[in-house]
Write a new protein. Structure first.
Lengths: 614, 297
């Protein structure tokens, strides 16, 4: 009998290979969607079983044993990934015509699931690399420069992780999570691993997971890589793949938490290592959100926004309290659903208009009403408007950060939320409202598969918004305790309370009152967008009255000093210097002169002779 | 069982808040006029204005979202109001805490902006841009003031904050929270859209910004929304820093005190430009807010 975990793991990969090999229009898409849906179906089937006991499976290949386990935490992450994965497959059925993209998109899907299900570092690292490789291939197809940037940073992350795993193996002699955890727990008392080594291992893991999560200052690959792939795939890239980084940080807690606490100690009642993560998260939130506000390209805006939102997750993990973990885990879900939805909306816009810059768009709400409605749901959720999933998770993070007595970190959330508000409104205005450029007159609604993909992600936004208790209830079971109380509709923490259903009711009541005033008011005459107040100057149709470019220019002016510094440009400069240096080396040595080549040979032989090889 | 008492309270409170909100708007105009040595309109003028707007025979519309914007804004304002403990009326306040109310008070802005953006008017768009940038600028000190408050009282629940203040004295009697109150009061000018932070509407520059296209019943809805919002925000201030209230009269006196301070500040300061406002908010109020937060840790 084939194990369920194997189906979950390899269904996408097999479907991807089949789709690539067959490459027949129609069948390719059908296979892809089935392959993407299978893991979700299997996970749904195993839901009740997982809560009772974890499901294990192991493969032995040439001496290495790969262990997989579906426990309550990996189920949660895998379910989110496969939900976004299914939506991605529907989206790609509309946007992608290439079997190459189907292969690598589904391959990275398998990679992500493998990362979540692995129970030892061998499998974890293998699937981590599979995921990186597949997503790199997706970026490579569109843009070489951006893919190289992603590649270099990923390689740095991968080496960091490999060294850290090696150091752990050298110290504990184990590669599976359970043994490492136990060994480190015992070692916290014995102290055979020195403070310096622990700090190095921690820093290496921080680099490895930080690259994938896009944490500041390792976020520079994100805007380019997220923009330069098929946008339906970016829904998965940003919605699920970046969560592997967040999962890594959680893993760090599970495996090394006690040891890190014992060696690094506390700072003003905060765990030092957690405090570092919290500040990385806070900086990521603020910096990425500011940059998102100032973007002129729809893809760049959402890429920076993804970085910022993952910053929230890191920040919540960094509070180090049970409530913080609840908030982080909930935000993993809500970010996956609202940002996945945003990317599918972006995919629809780009597919139907062929434009990516805000300056070329406008007035599309009438042309694509369903897509517009979906983007409105995503906007409400991202901006944290109650009752949406985005608010429930953000609310938990607020409470966690303030209760953990991290006021400045909590201040960063306030600032980040206002910035999020600003950039989503900018997106709404530039794409959906205002005058429509004449070349967009015949834009059509997005194709059906893409709309299905959007609906798959829109429903959880509303469902888990009105009934956030469903999620917190599961998280309680996962973390083993009544951390967030209440029922399906009401969240109760020791110091606060949020009744999502009642907020919905109050909002509906308010809307009903306002709606009654509106309905019983005077009748309405519809006029075109161009018929507006112009201070007495009549304006003809060909004037553009919408502000599409540099919408937040005053902010850019207020921030001029800070915007002069950029890690992206710094890295580019370092890369440039490395390239120049290599060029100089090459030109210096390979100068085409036979005499100098013979000299090199002589010198090398001399060195070898002195070393005693010859 | 259906709670009829609560339903009656809710309906009564919505009517009361709307009425008092309009009176507050009237007071604002009257006091401002007196400071400028004018006679000023009668105190009930905003009610007459709104009724006149509602009585118009026809309104123009730029589409569905243009209609939905004001409706959503008013609805959200009413929703926010119901979660604030108002004197002896607790309404729904046991079901939502400080963070939820702070968010609900910002939702109406999204409604107004949705409508304004869909009107396609460049002044509206400028108003939206300025409104959002003001919000970005003020959010950091605003957040710090709220954090200081929560850290001192140790709870997010508004009703608990009121109860604690009645037992241990008002928030402003605590030195650190007095600082927080100063910060909150500066931010409050921006929340109410008064000088020196009336950047979003700026009547003399961009003709009321987001509101420029609205007339007829849409404008009436926005006026009503402003009234409810004014009432809710002044009550929020009173609940957070002035010890709440045990009855509506006490609450009203505190709300008026808050309102008068806001009007006095508004009538002596000119308007900031948006980048000046951002730089200002990120300097003094933020520094004060950080001090308040550190003192309450």
């Amino acid at each position: 009998m084939i194990n369920e975990l194997l189906i979950i793991l390899f269904a996408p990969l097999v479907a991807g290979v089949l789709a690539w090999a067959l490459d027949i229009k129609g069948i390719r898409e059908a296979i892809g969607i089935i392959g993407a849906a299978l893991p979700l179906a299997m996970l749904a089937k195993l839901y009740s079983q997982v809560l009772d006991e974890a499901i294990n499976y192991s493969i032995t290949i040439s001496g290495f044993t790969l262990q997989f386990q579906l426990n309550s935490m990996s189920w949660y992450f895998a379910a989110i990934a496969s939900l976004v994965g299914l939506a991605m497959a529907f989206g790609m059925a509309s946007t992608s015509k290439s079997s190459y993209e189907w292969l690598f998109a589904l391959m990275s899907y398998t990679g992500v699931l493998g990362v979540f299900l692995s129970q030892d570092f061998v499998g974890f690292f293998l699937f981590w690399e599979l995921m990186t490789f597949a997503s790199f291939m997706m970026v490579l197809k569109r843009n070489r420069h951006e893919s190289l940037k992603y590649f270099v940073l990923s390689v740095i992350g991968a080496y960091a992780m490999l060294i850290a795993i090696g150091m752990l193996y050298a110290k504990t002699g184990a590669l599976d999570f359970a043994s490492i955890r136990q060994a480190l727990y015992i070692d916290a008392a014995l102290g055979t691993i020195t403070t310096r080594e622990t700090a190095i291992i921690f820093a290496l893991f921080l680099t490895a997971f930080g690259v994938k999560a896009g944490a500041f200052p390792l976020h520079v690959w994100v805007p380019g890589a997220y923009s330069e792939t098929d946008q339906s795939y970016t829904a998965f890239f940003s919605g699920a793949l970046s969560k592997a980084g967040a999962y890594g940080f959680l893993l760090l807690y599970i495996l090394m938490g006690y040891k890190l606490y014992a060696t690094l100690g506390t700072f003003h009642n905060h765990l030092v290592f957690a405090y570092i993560i919290a500040w990385i998260g806070a900086l990521t939130v603020v910096i990425a959100s500011f940059l998102a506000v100032l973007q002129e390209d729809i893809r760049k805006l959402f890429a920076y926004s993804s970085v910022g939102q993952v910053g929230y997750i890191l920040l919540a993990i960094g509070t180090g309290t049970a409530l913080g973990f609840s908030g982080a885990l909930f935000h993993v879900l809500s970010h996956a659903v609202f940002k996945g939805l945003f990317w599918l909306v972006t995919a629809a816009i780009i597919l139907q208009t062929g434009k990516t810059q805000f300056k070329d768009m406008g007035g599309l709400a009438e042309k694509m009403p369903f897509t517009f409605a979906m983007s409105l749901i995503a906007v409400l959720s991202l901006a944290g408007i109650p009752p949406m999933a985005g608010f429930a998770s953000k609310w938990l993070i607020y409470e966690a950060a303030i209760q953990a007595h991290m006021p400045l970190v909590a201040g960063a959330i306030f600032l980040g939320s206002a910035l999020a508000f600003a950039y989503v409104v900018r997106f709404l205005y530039a794409v959906w409202f205002g005058q429509r450029p004449s070349d967009l007159e015949d834009v059509k609604e997005a194709p059906l598969p893409l709309l299905i993909g959007m609906a798959i992600l829109a429903i959880p936004n509303v469902l888990f918004g009105v009934a956030p208790g469903i999620v917190t209830d599961y998280i309680n079971k996962m973390l083993g305790g009544e951390i967030v109380g209440g029922n399906y509709y009401k969240l109760v923490t020791p110091t606060g309370t949020y009744n999502a259903l009642l907020v919905t009711v109050a909002l509906v009541l308010g809307l009903a009152i306002a709606g009654l005033i509106y309905i019983y008011g005077a009748k309405v005459r519809k006029i075109p967008v161009t018929n507006t107040y112009q201070s007495g100057n009549p304006v003809t149709e060909e004037f553009n009255l919408s502000i599409r470019k540099n919408f937040y220019r005053p902010l850019a002016e207020a921030l001029a000093f800070w915007l002069r510094h950029s890690f992206d440009r710094f890295y580019e400069r370092v890369a440039g210097m490395a390239e120049d240096f290599a060029d100089w080396l090459r030109e210096g040595f390979y100068n085409g002169n036979v005499q100098s080549y013979s000299w090199y040979l002589a010198i090398v032989l001399l060195i070898l002779a002195l070393w005693g090889v010859l | 069982m259906f709670d009829w008492k609560l339903v009656l309270e809710v309906i009564g409170m919505i009517i009361y808040a709307t009425f008092m909100g309009f009176i507050f708007m009237g007071i604002e105009r009257k006091v401002m006029a007196r400071i400028q040595r004018r006679v000023g309109p009668p105190i009930y003028q905003p009610i007459i204005d709104t009724l006149k707007l509602l009585g118009k025979k026809e309104s123009v519309s730029h589409g569905l979202i243009y209609d939905f914007g004001p409706v959503f804004a008013l609805g959200a304002s009413i929703a926010a109001l119901l979660f604030i403990p108002l004197g002896n009326f607790q309404l729904f306040s046991a079901n939502a805490d400080l963070i939820v109310v702070a968010y609900l008070l910002e939702v109406p802005m999204l409604g107004t902006m949705l409508g304004a953006m869909s009107s396609g008017n460049p002044y509206s768009a400028l108003g939206v841009q300025r409104g959002l940038l003001t919000m970005v600028a003020m959010q950091l000190p605003y957040g710090l003031a709220l954090i200081a408050l929560v850290q001192h009282w140790g709870t997010f629940k508004l009703s608990d904050i009121v109860a604690l203040q009645q037992a241990h004295g008002w928030s402003i009697t605590v030195p650190a929270l007095f600082l927080a109150m100063i910060v909150f009061d500066i931010v409050f000018q921006a929340m109410l859209g008064l000088e020196p932070f009336d950047i979003a509407s700026a009547p003399a520059e961009i003709s009321m910004g987001p509101m420029v296209e609205y007339g007829g019943k849409h404008a009436a809805l926005l006026f009503t929304q402003h009234a409810v919002q004014l009432f809710a925000e002044t009550a929020f201030f009173a609940v957070l820093f002035l010890g709440g209230a045990s009855n509506l009269l006490e609450l009203l006196i505190k709300q008026l005190a808050v309102l008068f301070i806001a009007i006095f500040v508004a009538s002596i300061y000119p308007r900031f430009t948006i980048d000046q406002a951002a730089k200002f908010f990120w300097k003094w109020p933020t520094i004060l807010g950080i001090i308040a937060v550190l003192l309450t840790m």
